[in-house]
Design a protein around this ligand. Structure first.
Ligand SMILES: Nc1nc(=O)c2c([nH]1)NC[C@@H]1CN(c3ccc(C(=O)N[C@@H](CCC(=O)O)C(=O)O)cc3)CN21
Ligand SMILES: CC(C)C(=O)C(=O)O
Ligand SMILES: [Mg+2]
Length: 269
């Protein structure tokens, strides 16, 4: 039988407590998620970055709860070991615990083991309300893409005087009962300080090496697109490999070299 989410979430805490790094990648479908499972990724994030990465929007703001439910179901049906965390999309949780609970239930019924939502002090009561109702919650502070217009676009957060506020956000998320927290685009030293101050694991993206774990958007990790954020390393050039495969296919069809005899059956076989 599958492990319960409580046990799975507990494993992240154990990893922090034993100094073992936590690995997380985004996944949005049943094609890619099993590849990451077999690579040994601990945690799959069905991120609302699906808006940019697979739906063709230029931000996460247009992503709907239905979009997230469909993607979460696909990931959930295709893997068994990783912890599956799904983002609550913009507009589906901020108005109060009731809205947040209903949205979280939809994601949990689709197969998520936990949900993630953006914001610190301002979202603490919503996090606490979800946790009280049995929903494991991961926080997300620093650069929070759903607030891109309020924050003035993607830029490093917590610089100078804002460092103290970011620490307060992190503590509020932990006190509200979150089991972990994403730190996005935060100076490395500040992320290290937050990681020391918190008991729960921190997962960094653009937040330096001293977080308890790391997350990347999978297409950035794999080098699927020409552009990737400065904080990402391209661990492959999968976009180029895929283009070359498709181009070989096109050439083979137009030159009549595919399908060949081995791919062709005759009715007198
Ligand atoms: N492909 C992708 N990767 C991500 O990491 C990601 C998404 N999409 N979509 C949702 C959010 C938005 N994020 C973003 C979006 C833009 C930048 C960006 O334009 N960064 C610039 C400059 C940042 C700076 O001032 O350091 C860069 O050149 O990396 C970074 C993170 C992170 N998330
Ligand atoms: C970048 C990660 C943390 C995220 O929230 C997403 O992929 O939506
Ligand atoms: Mg997100």
């Amino acid at each position: 039988m599958a492990k319960t989410s409580r046990v799975r979430v507990h494993h992240l805490q154990q990893a922090k407590d034993s100094g073992e790094k936590i690995t997380m990648l985004t996944a949005y479908d049943a094609l890619v998620a099993p590849i990451f499972e077999s690579a040994g990724v601990d945690t799959l994030l069905v991120g609302d970055s699906l808006g940019n990465v697979v739906l063709g929007f230029d931000s996460t703001i247009p992503v709907s709860l239905d979009d997230m439910v469909r993607a979460t179901g696909a990931v959930s049906r295709s893997v068994s070991r990783p912890l599956i965390i799904a983002d609550l999309p913009f507009g589906t949780y901020e108005s109060g615990v009731e809205a947040a609970f209903d949205s979280s239930v939809a994601l949990m019924k689709a197969g998520a083991h936990a949900i993630k939502l953006e914001g610190g002090v301002s979202r603490a009561s919503i996090i606490a309300g979800l946790v009280a109702n049995g929903i494991p919650v991961m926080g997300h502070i620093g650069y929070t893409p759903q607030a891109e217009h309020a924050l003035g676009g993607p830029r490093l957060q917590g610089r100078g005087n804002a460092a103290q506020r970011l620490i307060e956000d992190a503590i509020a998320v932990e006190k509200a009962g979150a089991f972990g927290i994403v730190l996005e685009m935060v100076p490395g030293k500040l992320a290290a300080e937050v990681t020391r101050k918190l008991s729960i694991p921190t997962i960094g993206i653009g937040a330096g090496p001293d977080c308890d774990g790391q997350v990347l958007v999978w297409s950035d990790m794999a080098g699927m697109t020409d552009w990737s954020p400065r904080f990402a390393r391209r661990f492959g050039e999968v976009g180029t490999a895929l283009r070359e495969a498709a181009s070989d296919y096109v050439n083979a069809v137009v030159s009549d070299s595919f399908p060949s005899a081995e791919h062709t059956r005759e009715n007198h076989e």
